[in-house]
Design a protein around this ligand. Structure first.
Ligand SMILES: Cc1cc2nc3c(=O)[nH]c(=O)nc-3n(C[C@H](O)[C@H](O)[C@H](O)COP(=O)(O)O)c2cc1C
Length: 225
């Protein structure tokens, strides 16, 4: 007997058109679990971060597309990391710079994070890693500890930022964050799939939405635990 997601992938691959594929990938859940979770209608507050400061960033375009896709079900605030200074251990606790305090408060008040990062030199962009380093302190009791997180990576190339994705997972696990279990989201050839600041490739959008759906389920499960 195949696991459900394998069967679903087979059905998706063999039987349905692209529009239906998106909706199946978005759903990605068993009927029993879905039934248990649908009663929770409390709004979900999400923080989105990419680590790209570029004005035409493809990663920010993915986050913006997700913000629109989930409007009404989740409030996805795309966080500007430009004001965050470089991490300095001399300035922890009460000495944290104001922009860092604001970031940590925003993360603490959120239900979860959506990280969509471009791959930089086979790893996480320094801007995002820097923000995560601030947010990871104090170690193991920080605002990141047990925080549900959806991860996805982008690249103009053919690997879709796969190495960045793995490095994000490792870094998040080190700070005890809960990376939502979902099919991997690596968005390849972003220059072809993103138009006018939105992710228009339906298959990639389906995977990205699937990761956010997994995050929302993780948050609801947490709430009912
Ligand atoms: C410093 C730097 C390093 C990069 N390293 C990689 C890499 O290792 N792998 C890759 O696929 N793309 C790499 N790229 C290309 C970026 O992923 C690409 O420019 C991407 O569009 C940047 O993300 P953004 O569109 O969200 O700003 C690199 C770009 C820069 C500026």
């Amino acid at each position: 007997m195949q696991p459900e997601w394998c069967q679903q992938h087979r059905i998706v691959s063999e039987k349905v058109g692209i529009g239906e594929r998106v909706s199946l990938l978005r759903r990605g859940s068993s009927p029993i679990r879905e039934q248990a979770l649908t009663s929770d209608t409390t709004p979900v507050r999400l923080i989105g971060m990419s680590g790209s400061l570029r004005s035409g960033s493809y990663s920010n375009a993915v986050l913006e597309t997700l913000r629109e896709q989930f409007a009404g079900r989740a409030d996805l605030r795309i966080y500007d990391l430009r004001p965050i200074p470089l991490y300095d251990q001399d300035f922890e606790g009460e000495k944290r710079p104001e922009p860092v305090k604001a970031l940590l408060s925003a993360i603490a008040e959120s239900d979860g994070l959506v990280l969509c990062a471009p791959e930089f030199n086979h790893s996480i962009p320094g801007v995002l890693k820097n923000a995560l380093d601030w947010a990871s302190r104090p170690a193991f009791t920080s605002v990141m500890a047990y925080k549900p997180v959806a991860i996805m990576a982008t690249s103009r190339g053919a690997l879709g930022g796969a190495r960045c994705l793995e490095h994000m997972r490792v870094a998040l696990e080190s700070m005890l964050s809960r990376v939502a279990l979902a099919r991997e989201v690596t968005i390849t050839s972003t220059a072809d799939k993103i138009r006018d600041g939105r992710l228009v490739d339906e298959m990639s959008l389906g995977f990205a939405c699937g990761a956010v759906e997994a995050l929302l389920r993780e948050i609801r499960l947490w709430r009912t635990a």
